[in-house]
Design a protein. Structure first.
Length: 643
């Protein structure tokens, strides 16, 4: 009995000491960080040294901050030694990048002290480590620029210019400042062309145009056509279609010339260019003919439209699917439902698309026949726009999800994340989560990380991570979070719209990124243009004077929800309002007037701008998914605003 009690005592003592040491180490880590941030560097050195020894779980954090404390006291040798301990002891630490930056800076500081202002005695070592870093982290523009400055100060001018040119051509954040380090003679037409390509990929078409015009002025005949081709594209993407058409004429690119003329409304010249393509039997004429057929159908020239679609099928077989759809859609809109069904059946037998099934069901319905089996097939599909429409057409109850409850209670936790959160180090926890989210080992791992992003209010990171995995019910709350719910619900109630519709717009506009900014200049969660924001604020009196205020979560949601509410009141339906939110109210009024649609699903399907058509589909599909976890009592989508 005594022996058993002794063993129990020793066991308890052992674990008490271990637990106590860990707890003390954790406390010292927090204390040391506070001391470091307060400028109490000697105290921080003492606290962080204890933390590194007694709390190895976060020892890399202790070492990084310990190095910073030594650096602040001017002890660069000890700071560098501490960094080397971190790099050697924690090879997989998310802090390695920061540690390697500190290593470079400390080596430079030590070299300056030893050289007393002359060429650094350790410059070879610094160069080697710098080169290694920029090779491993080529996307770190700041350090690449710093490396260029380092080479310049060493007198390695050409090597430095190579670094600066790479940054300039890359067209990133440091492009402008890197350009200041270059002479005009350092940049040739090829460099400008490459820069323009990068700008086009980044959707900065105006700046791309500037680079291309500068490249043209260089007079490199070998690159003339390629430069003009890119210039035409940059103008086209800026919707300067007449100018684009003229550029494409110069390079004899008849396809893009025709596209530009069509967008410019120059139908007569467009037809002339199209005829040239048809005479040459150019394969690119097929999509243009489909556009012509669609115009004929919109102008009620039904027979001509069908004939043109059939011509596409005969002469351009690669465009068969789009041409068949055009025929089926024309038959449906003109009330020839039996013919429409034949075409949709043909499409369904070859191509797996909910679109064709849905309009087959609508045709059957129009004939008074049983469409329910087709609708049921569609309703079984997840995250599908035509599944949403099928639910609405049949007035079916949404299958509600029970996933509002936390699904991570039984999932294994990550000790480092839990420790950082317990210490109140949310910024460090976020960086750690971003780091480990790059290598997801399992669905449970993804759910845990997503739940922590949610806990921190980092909805953008959460959704971005969750959608990398194929959809499943376990992920529903991470795909479709009730982000900023208190604000959204309050404002939606104030302006009498469904808060879930507002959330759906936020999700599709910005993926919940408050700092999102489009190339066109739209800002924040609901992608509000500054000019629109200032106009709305003249009524709302939010006090918005500068663009950054538009990015504020509350301001942006207030502006966006108010604007969306006005559009719903003006147009009387969600699809019309969403189309206007994306493309502008005036053009939507024109579509409604010219389209003579019998139902809203017809309007959605026939939106002329593919970007707007897809946008409306995405938002409504997301809205439907939100309804599955709606905190609101009603569990059915009211069809009135839809159809």
């Amino acid at each position: 009995m005594k022996l058993r009690l002794l063993c129990l005592f020793l066991f308890t003592l052992h674990w008490s000491l271990v637990y106590g040491t860990e707890t003390d180490g954790k406390a010292y880590l927090k204390k040391g960080k506070i001391e470091l941030e307060s400028g109490k560097y000697e105290d921080a050195i003492l606290s962080l040294s204890i933390a590194e020894r007694e709390f190895p779980l976060l020892g890399d954090y202790a070492l990084l901050w310990l190095s910073n404390a030594h650096q602040e006291t001017g002890n660069h040798d000890q700071s560098l030694k501490t960094i080397h301990i971190l790099l050697n002891r924690y090879p997989d630490s998310p802090l390695r990048k920061k540690a390697r930056i500190s290593e470079i800076r400390e080596l430079i500081a030590i070299g300056k002290i030893l050289s007393n202002g002359k060429i650094l005695s350790n410059s070879g070592e610094v160069s080697k480590i710098f080169e290694s870093y920029v090779r491993d982290y080529s996307d770190d523009e700041e350090m690449r620029f710093m490396y260029g400055q380092w080479l310049k100060n060493k007198g390695e001018i050409q090597k430095a210019k190579s670094i600066f040119k790479g940054l300039y051509v890359g067209a990133g954040v440091f492009s402008g400042i890197a350009h200041n380090e270059l002479d005009p003679s350092d940049i040739n037409a090829g460099d400008l062309l490459e820069r323009a390509s990068n700008l086009i990929n980044a959707r900065d078409f105006k700046e791309a145009e500037s680079s291309l015009r500068t490249a043209m002025a260089k007079g490199d005949r070998r690159l003339k056509n390629e430069i003009l081709q890119k210039l035409g594209l940059s103008l086209f993407r800026q919707k300067r279609y007449k100018e684009a058409a003229e550029i494409y004429r110069k390079v004899d690119d008849k396809y893009w010339m025709a596209c530009s003329l069509y967008r410019a409304g120059e139908k007569e010249t467009f037809n002339a260019v199209l005829n040239e393509l048809l005479k040459k039997k150019d394969k690119k004429a097929g999509p243009l003919l489909i556009t012509v057929a669609s115009d004929k159908r919109r102008d009620l020239k039904t027979k001509d439209a069908i004939t043109t679609y059939q011509k596409v099928i005969e002469q351009y077989p690669s465009e068969t699917e789009d041409a068949l759809w055009g025929i089926g859609w024309t038959y449906f809109l003109t009330g020839e439902y039996r013919k429409a069904i034949e075409v949709f059946d043909r499409l369904c037998s070859t191509y797996d698309s909910s679109r064709y099934l849905y309009w087959k069901a609508r045709s059957l319905e129009a004939l008074g026949e049983d469409a329910m089996p087709v609708y049921q097939t569609l309703m079984a599909r997840n995250q599908d726009f035509y599944s949403v429409l099928s639910y609405i057409r049949t007035a079916n109850t949404i299958k509600r999800s029970n996933l509002l409850e936390d699904t991570v209670t039984t999932i294994k936790k990550i000790d480092r994340i839990e420790a950082l959160l317990e210490l109140g180090m949310s910024n460090e926890a976020l960086l750690e989560l971003i780091y480990i989210s790059k290598n997801i080992s399992s669905i449970d791992n993804l759910i845990y990380i997503s739940s922590k992003f949610k806990e921190l209010g980092e909805y953008n990171h959460m959704v971005t991570l969750a959608v990398k995995m194929p959809y499943m019910e376990r992920l529903h709350q991470f795909w479709y979070p009730l982000a900023y719910w208190d604000i959204v619900e309050g404002l939606s109630g104030r302006y009498s719209i469904d808060p879930l519709l507002a959330l759906s717009v936020v999700r599709e506009e910005s993926r919940f990124d408050p700092e999102a900014r489009s190339v066109a200049g739209a800002c924040g969660l609901m992608q509000i243009m500054p000019q629109t924001a200032y106009q709305l604020d003249s009524k709302l009196k939010l006090g918005i004077n500068v663009t950054q205020q538009i990015h504020d979560v509350k301001n942006n949601l207030h502006l966006g929800i108010y604007y969306l509410s006005n559009l719903i009141n003006e147009f009387g339906s969600y699809p019309h309002a969403l189309a206007a939110y994306n493309a502008g109210g005036e053009v939507v009024k024109k579509w409604i007037q010219n389209g003579r649609y019998k139902s809203l699903d017809e309007f959605i399907e026939d939106i002329p701008y593919s970007e707007t058509r897809n946008y409306v589909r995405r938002v409504l599909t997301t809205y439907f998914e939100y309804k599955k976890v709606s905190p609101v009592e009603a569990d059915m989508i009211n069809p009135a605003p839809f159809l």
